[in-house]
Design a protein around this ligand. Structure first.
Ligand SMILES: [Zn+2]
Length: 153
């Protein structure tokens, strides 16, 4: 399964997926947009797979109402908040159906001003991993992905 990673629309930099180790990433505000409207949001440490870890002050809201914190072994994504507006497969479809107003937008904690834009985040070609020599294998496909994305636009 590939990682999901995003460019923060406020600063143009990517959201790190592994700032704290073991795929525990930067603090991030995530929103699920449906035709430009925020239908669900999350705040917490990014988990590399399109949502955030439970704990550390995390928040999850659906239609502006808080969703109770899940138990730690929910579904297969242990210890993470799960989007509830639609199934994960449907959320992924929203992210990749070519409509820039539907899908996930991700904003760094320090960049967030309380409002989400109505356009989803661009995918990060580095997949949220810091570029260094140890990750060369992971980055071989970077240029290919770049070409694909430009085709789509
Ligand atoms: Zn940012």
């Amino acid at each position: 399964m590939g990682c999901f990673s995003y460019i923060c629309p406020k600063c143009g930099k990517h959201i790190y997926s592994d700032k704290y180790g073991n795929c525990v990433g930067e603090e991030v505000h995530l929103a699920l947009l449906d035709e430009g409207v925020v239908v669900e949001e999350m705040y917490g440490r990014y988990n590399s797979y399109g949502n955030v870890h439970v704990g550390n002050g995390s928040y999850h809201g659906l239609n502006n109402k808080p969703v109770p914190q899940p138990t730690l072994d929910i579904n297969s994504q242990e210890g993470c908040h799960i989007w509830q507006y639609k199934s994960w497969d449907e959320v992924v479809d929203m992210c990749f159906d070519g409509d820039e107003h539907s899908g996930i937008v991700a904003i760094h904690k320090d960049c967030f001003d309380g409002k989400f834009p109505n356009i989803i985040s661009k995918d990060d070609p580095d997949q949220g991993w810091e570029s260094d020599d140890e990750n060369d294998d992971e980055e071989e496909e970077e240029e290919l992905n770049d070409a694909d994305q430009k085709d789509g636009e």
